[in-house]
Design a protein around this ligand. Structure first.
Ligand code: BDR
Ligand code: CA
Length: 327
C-alpha cells in the first residue's frame, strides 16, 4: 500500500524534480495534495509552477493549495537568484489555464488540518516550514496526527548555502523551523532532517543529464529546460559543473529509508544573530535532551540515481552507466 503524503514545497527547480519523482513512485507514495509556501519563489509563482509540473506529468488531478505568503516573523527573501526569475529556471513555461484544473478554495493550512482530521498522512517538507508552523499555531492536535515529517533542510557538518552556517529553507523562516522542531520535541517525536550533508552529494551533472535525454528524450528535455539556469548558478557560486538537486533526495529517502544513514539527536534552530537559521545539532549530547530528529549524514548516491532514473524514466532495468557517471 502506498503511503499518503502531502508535499509542502516552494517550487523551485529541485522541488519540481521532487514532485515528478514522487508522482513516479505510485507503489510507495500517494500524493494527496501539494501545499505551497513562499520560499524560492513568491507563493503565487510557486503555486503556478506546481501546476506547470503537474501538467507535464499529466497529473492536474492532484490538488494544489496556496499557503503562507511570507515567513512567520521575518521579511521574506526569495531565492529567484538561484531558481531564475520565473522560479523554474527561466524556462518560461506557459501558465496552466484555469479551465484545466480545479482551483481550491481552502488554503494550505486548512487542507492540512482537514486531511489530518480524516486520515493519517505524512508530510515531505521541501521549503520553508511556514505552513507547518501555522498548522501548529492553529490546530496543534492536527499537527500531532502527522505520521512522519521528512524535511529537506538544515545542515550538520556541511557549510550553509545562504550563510556560512545556514541552509535556505531554515534560514528563510527560522521561526517556523524552530517551532516545528520545538513541537516535535514536546510531542516526543522525531523529524527526519535531510540536510545539506547528504543533499550536496546529489549532483545532477551534464553527463547524467545527457544520459537522461538519451534514455527518455521527453523527460530529459524537460529536466534540461528547468535546470539550465541552476547549472549556471552552481558554476558561478560553487565552481561546480552540474547542480545539487536537494529536494528529490527527501522524496527518495521517504520511500527508501536505507538510502541514507544518520543518527538521532536533539536539534534546535537558531532564530537570531549571525547564526540565523542554523540547525544546532547536539551530536555530543551536551544538553542531555531526548532526540527530536534523525540527522542524515550518509547517502548512497548511485542508488539514489538508480531510483531517480528508473522511476522518473519508467525503466524496467537499472541504467547500466550510472556507476560510471555518478560522482
Ligand atoms: C533548499 O532551498 C531551495 O533552494 C531548494 O529548493 C531546497 O529546498 C536547499 O537549501
Ligand atoms: Ca525547495
Amino acid at each position: 500500500m502506498p503511503q499518503k503524503v502531502i508535499i509542502d514545497c516552494d517550487p523551485g527547480i529541485d522541488d519540481s524534480l521532487a514532485i515528478m519523482l514522487a508522482l513516479s513512485m505510485p507503489e510507495e507514495i500517494e500524493v494527496v495534495g501539494i501545499t505551497v509556501a513562499a520560499g524560492n519563489a513568491p507563493v503565487e509563482m510557486g503555486y503556478g509552477n506546481a501546476l506547470k509540473v503537474l501538467k507535464f506529468m499529466g497529473r492536474l488531478d492532484v490538488p494544489v493549495f496556496m499557503g503562507a505568503d511570507r515567513p512567520l516573523k521575518r521579511d521574506f527573501v526569495n531565492a529567484l537568484d538561484t531558481h531564475g526569475s520565473d522560479g523554474l529556471g527561466e524556462s518560461f513555461l506557459p501558465q496552466v489555464p484555469e479551465e484545466e484544473y480545479e482551483r481550491q478554495e481552502m488554503n494550505a493550512v486548512q487542507f492540512m488540518q482537514e486531511t489530518l482530521q480524516r486520515e493519517p498522512v505524512s508530510v515531505i517538507a521541501l521549503g520553508p516550514m511556514t505552513n507547518l508552523a501555522m498548522l501548529i499555531e492553529k490546530a496543534p492536535s492536527s499537527f500531532g496526527k502527522i505520521q512522519e515529517i521528512v524535511s529537506m533542510g538544515g545542515t550538520f557538518r556541511s557549510h550553509g548555502n545562504c550563510s556560512p552556517v545556514a541552509e535556505y529553507n531554515y534560514w528563510c523562516d527560522p521561526d517556523a523551523a524552530a517551532l516545528v522542531y520545538g513541537e516535535m520535541d514536546r510531542l516526543g517525536r522525531k523529524i527526519h532532517m535531510v540536510g545539506l550533508d547528504v543533499t550536496r552529494r546529489i549532483v545532477l551533472t551534464p553527463d547524467l543529464l545527457d544520459y537522461m535525454k538519451r534514455l527518455d528524450p521527453h523527460t530529459g528535455a524537460f529536466t534540461q529546460k528547468i535546470t539550465k539556469f541552476y547549472f549556471d548558478f552552481h558554476w558561478q557560486w560553487e565552481h561546480l559543473i552540474g547542480c545539487v538537486i536537494n529536494d528529490p533526495l527527501a522524496v527518495a529517502y521517504f520511500a527508501c529509508r536505507d538510502l541514507c544513514k544518520g543518527f538521532e539527536s536533539y536539534v534546535q534552530i537558531e532564530t537570531k544573530g549571525i547564526s540565523l537559521g542554523q540547525s544546532i545539532v547536539d551530536s555530543m549530547n551536551f544538553y542531555r535532551h531526548a532526540p527530536n530528529a534523525i540527522v542524515l549524514t550518509e547517502v548512497d548516491t548511485i542508488r539514489f540515481f538508480e531510483l531517480f532514473f528508473t522511476r522518473l524514466l519508467r525503466m524496467e532495468e537499472k541504467p547500466d552507466l550510472l556507476p560510471v557517471l555518478c560522482r
